[in-house]
Structures are given as structure tokens and as C-alpha cells.
Design a protein around this ligand. Structure first.
Ligand code: NAP
Length: 248
């Protein structure tokens, strides 16, 4: 590990958008710390690092657990002499249902995973950014935060909350050299959207001005920009990457 390299921590880096972000930030010269929820996905990520010559390490993290977040922080401290310069809050889930039929576990599990997680992990890693007087926190929201979506009241609550969280935290830490921003993807081809059948995907694409879903790399480029020095005067902002589906 070259100690002078910047470190980026990406939650949920095992696949989809998180993996694309890991690969892009590695190309940009960061040491990559990525997480999966269990040993299997952590090992898959480890192989991705090896196959792509990525300088970094994979960890197990359940973002719903404070204990797991604290363990991650301790493990990183043991493994590296530096703390993350960039935190990408990417891990997230959907658990869809019309609100009237939604059960407690669908609601609370989504809130725990997608939004209470921001409190846990950002707090832990923000402290060291404040000490260093520099850092980047980038959260992966969603186009549905702006448009709403039937069947996703739980998920949309978290993704809209995320934008408010980023704006508020951005104001609190602006004088400390830390920026806090969101990237808001439209429909992106990953396991998350593979749950949709072909006719649902066609229907979605028809409503997108570019008539296609995006790729994980499309999101990774926006994250890489926000992480870079070129974005140092941008904070509390949301970059929409959605093929024109929603325009601010
Ligand atoms: P994905 O393919 O389903 O991958 C989800 C990632 O999150 C995996 O790495 C998974 O780890 C991890 N994860 C799940 N539960 C976790 C937990 N409790 N603790 C820690 N990590 C957890 O998702 P994606 O499509 O790449 O989405 C990534 C982010 O983009 C999410 O926040 C999602 O809401 C957002 N987004 C996606 C789309 C889209 O169209 N795909 C659109 C808008 C926003 P394991 O592999 O170990 O399960």
C-alpha cells in the first residue's frame, strides 16, 4: 500500500453501482476499501480487486448494525495508517409493496438499511475527516426521491431523506474542507433492476428521453467527479444521472 494515496471507502461495493464506483476510483488512483454483507460477497469482491489490479481491501459490513460499523472502523485503522478521504454511501435495498399492503418489516428494514445507516457510518468516518480538515461524503440517492414512485413509499422516503441529510451536513462541515453531495441515478442495469421483467423494463425505457436504462459506470463517473479536487466548491448538491427521465 502506498501511504500517500487517497483512500475511498465504498459501502456495497460487491456488485452493480458500488463495484463500478470502486473500479473507477481505483483508476483515479485511490486505495479502495469496499464492503459486502457476508464472507461470500466479500470474497467475490476480493477476487474483483485481484483480477483488476485494484489496490485495496474488502470487508464485511452490515450497515444496519452499529457494531458492524464500529468493527469496520477498527479493522481499517488496523490495516491502514490513514482513514478514508472519501466515503461513498452506496449500500441500499428495495423492498417494494403498495403502502396499504406494506408490512412492518418491509418499512423498517428499508429505513434501517438506507437511512439510519447514514447516521451510523457517516458519524464514525466524519470525525477523522474533521480532524484532517478535508473529505468527501457522497451518497447514492435515486430519481424516485424527486418523482415519487407507487409501490416504493419506504424506499422513496429514504432516498429523499438522504438528499436533506446531505444538504444539512454539507452546511455543518463546509468550513472544514468537507463536501457532502448526492448522486441520484435513474434506472440503472444492476441486480436491483433485474427484478423487473422485460416488459416492465421496456415500459420504463419508453419514458426515458434517451430510451434506455443507464449503466453502473454512468453513475461512477459522476461520483468520481464529486470525489475529485475539481468538485471542491460543490456541496449540498445532487447530480441527476438519469437519461433525462427527471430534470431539476
Ligand atoms: P445492488 O446491485 O442490489 O447491490 C447492493 C449492494 O448493497 C451490494 O453490494 C450489497 O452487498 C449491499 N448491501 C445490501 N444490504 C446491505 C447491508 N445491510 N449492509 C451493507 N451492505 C448492504 O444495488 P445497485 O443497483 O448497485 O444500487 C446501489 C445503490 O444505488 C443503492 O443505494 C440503490 O438504492 C441506488 N440506486 C440504484 C438504482 C438502480 O436502478 N439500480 C437506481 C437509483 C438508485 P451484498 O452483495 O453482500 O448483498
Amino acid at each position: 500500500m502506498s501511504e500517500e494515496k487517497k483512500i475511498a471507502l465504498i459501502t456495497g461495493a460487491t456488485r452493480g453501482i458500488g463495484l463500478a464506483i470502486a473500479k473507477q476510483l481505483a483508476k483515479d488512483g485511490y486505495v479502495i476499501l469496499g464492503t459486502g454483507t457476508n464472507d461470500n460477497s466479500r470474497n467475490t469482491l476480493k477476487k474483483e480487486f485481484e483480477n483488476n489490479n485494484i489496490d485495496g481491501k474488502s470487508y464485511v459490513l452490515d450497515i444496519k448494525s452499529q457494531e458492524s460499523v464500529d468493527q469496520l472502523f477498527n479493522d481499517i485503522n488496523d490495516d491502514y495508517s490513514n482513514t478514508p478521504d472519501v466515503l461513498v454511501n452506496n449500500a441500499g435495498i428495495t423492498n417494494d409493496s403498495l403502502f396499504i399492503r406494506m408490512n412492518d418489516s418491509q418499512w423498517f428494514d428499508t429505513i434501517e438499511t438506507n437511512i439510519n445507516s447514514l447516521y451510523r457510518i457517516s458519524k464514525v468516518f466524519l470525525k477523522s475527516m474533521i480532524k484532517k480538515r478535508k473529505g468527501r461524503i457522497i451518497c447514492i440517492s435515486s430519481v424516485v426521491a424527486s418523482t415519487g414512485n407507487a409501490g416504493q413509499s419506504n424506499y422513496v422516503t429514504t432516498k429523499a431523506g438522504m438528499i436533506g441529510f446531505c444538504k444539512s451536513l454539507a452546511k455543518e462541515v463546509a468550513t472544514r474542507g468537507i463536501t457532502v453531495n448526492c448522486v441520484s441515478p435513474g434506472f440503472i442495469e444492476t441486480d436491483m433492476t433485474n427484478k423487473l421483467n422485460e416488459s416492465q423494463k421496456e415500459q420504463i425505457a419508453k419514458n426515458i428521453p434517451m430510451i434506455k436504462m443507464g449503466t453502473p459506470e454512468d453513475i461512477a463517473y459522476a461520483v468520481a467527479f464529486l470525489a475529485s479536487d475539481k468538485a471542491s466548491y460543490i456541496t449540498g448538491e445532487t447530480i441527476n444521472v438519469n437519461g433525462g427521465l427527471f430534470m431539476q
